[in-house]
Design a binder for this molecule. Sequence first.
Ligand SMILES: [Zn+2]
Length: 299
Amino acid sequence: MIHKRNWLGTIVAAAAAVLLLGACATTGARDAADDDDDRDRTRRVPHALAALESIAQANPRPWHTARARNFKIAYHAHRELAERVVRRAAALWQTTHARWQGRAAAASDLSCEVTLYNSYRELVVMTGGSPKLGEAHVRHSRLMRGRILTCRINLTADDHHLLDATLPHEITHIVLGQLVGRRVPLWANEGAATRAERAARRHAHRRALVRRALASGRAYALADLFRIHIYPASAWQRRVFYAQSFTVVDLLLRLGGHARFLRLLRAAHDSGWSRALSSVYGLTSLQQLEQALRADLAR
Ligand SMILES: [Zn+2]
């Protein structure tokens, strides 16, 4: 009974914390999306808390923690998996930094909190019915030169691609947030994170999807893709958004490497995409990038 009360108290407090966090935490460019989610979550709280209670009664287990360098993981089952995840997160953080900036991560006061839920269903309940919250969140300080104030990742133990796709994806969001030091455009953030997933077969499917979308006139014009700051509403549009973002980031990284892509993001923040593409990649226009993308997909 003591465990049941502790566990219930912990998850109710955690749910409240996530609800509060959602009001300020973003993954780079997700401010508006989170604002919308916040309104929805507020309406769903009583329902979510009732569901939490039923889950707690069915799973009377306390939370435990494990640590590795800058990462701490909370879990209430799956100890072995949780320990693997937190060690892997710390290692990925180093290798992702090395890939993006050409050297290992400098000593950092980053403190990232990972939560490993038992299932996707539990995650949805804990986040007030908003599955998009089950991802990485970083929050920058505007007053302290973009230093990350909040870093949090929600994961689920029933994710079949937890270690080979989801974790590298979420760690890339965090590293990009650190290296760019400011709001990362949604397409760039998701394109880069999707590219980090170790699944060549899924990448081939994404390229095929973009080819179909282009052929049927349902792909995004790049000028529109670059302006998106809220995740598309329909499942089809979301799939095209992720796939097309992946193909654009993939092309730019193959053309100029990671350091140049980071320069593009910083330059675009200051002077817009057309000027940034011209000064960093020597492209005359967005249309030229669009043509290069079509040619690359046709190969
Ligand atoms: Zn993502």
